[in-house]
Design a protein around this ligand. Sequence first.
Ligand SMILES: CCCCCCCCCCCCCCCC(=O)SCCNC(=O)CCNC(=O)[C@H](O)C(C)(C)COP(=O)(O)OP(=O)(O)OC[C@H]1O[C@@H](n2cnc3c(N)ncnc32)[C@H](O)[C@@H]1OP(=O)(O)O
Length: 213
Amino acid sequence: MTGAGAAMRRVLESRERASLNGEQVAALAELAQRVRELNEAVVHTEVGADEVAAIRDEVAALTARLSAARREHPPLVGVGEDGTVRHLASPVGGVLNPIAPPVAIVVQPDGTARAEFTLNVLYEGPPGFVHGGVSAMILDQLLGVAASANGTPGMTATLDLRYRRPTPHGVPLVAEAKVDRTEGRKTFVDARIIGPDGRTTVEATAMFVMPLR
Ligand SMILES: CCCCCCCCCCCCCCCC(=O)SCCNC(=O)CCNC(=O)[C@H](O)C(C)(C)COP(=O)(O)OP(=O)(O)OC[C@H]1O[C@@H](n2cnc3c(N)ncnc32)[C@H](O)[C@@H]1OP(=O)(O)O
């Protein structure tokens, strides 16, 4: 366990988060995916008012069933030797979080954090394009994962964004982040989102600071 990994484990343990086994994660991830599909169906539906009311009641009943046994905090799985955390309920790519856009981040051998994903209409800002806050959230996560994978995790202290051109939804996107440098507790990371035509739509730079406690 590196110093960074130990620091991350200490931070997480102090927040009393439960771990789930693989089987529990797989089952809940499938449920979250069905809820994601439900969310999109709600936005697109044209069924009549009576049907909407009937579905509303069914959804309320399902929520009550799930809430019959409830943990106080969302669960978490695993802290790697490098301090990387798999946050199951993360709002970016968290497999148990139905509002999380489907952004699966992979750290490459050179330390680049990379994701290939397509955003649907749930993440729309201007018609036809991704909401700028959603792009910022995805980039913040990617930047943070790159910092963690570098063995220098931290809290986002600054996040600077340049929206070069609109980011389309409904088409494949790529996002990448890589550590530029570290200075003591500070880690500086660069990232971008690339559209299907290969052009950068959003650029970001961030500084992460490892908290002292
Ligand atoms: C172990 C970590 C757990 C992380 C778990 C994540 C796990 C999984 C990874 C997945 C990726 C998630 C990616 C999303 C990450 C978020 O979303 S984090 C949430 C958003 N960020 C926050 O809420 C941060 C709120 N701020 C803070 O907690 C504290 O201000 C900070 C940033 C930890 C710094 O606090 P501090 O350690 O008391 O810092 P301090 O001693 O005052 O300053 C240290 C140095 O940093 C500089 N500095 C501090 N803040 C700033 C600033 N905002 N602007 C410029 N300079 C600054 C100071 O000037 C100082 O510089 P020097 O004088 O040393 O040159």
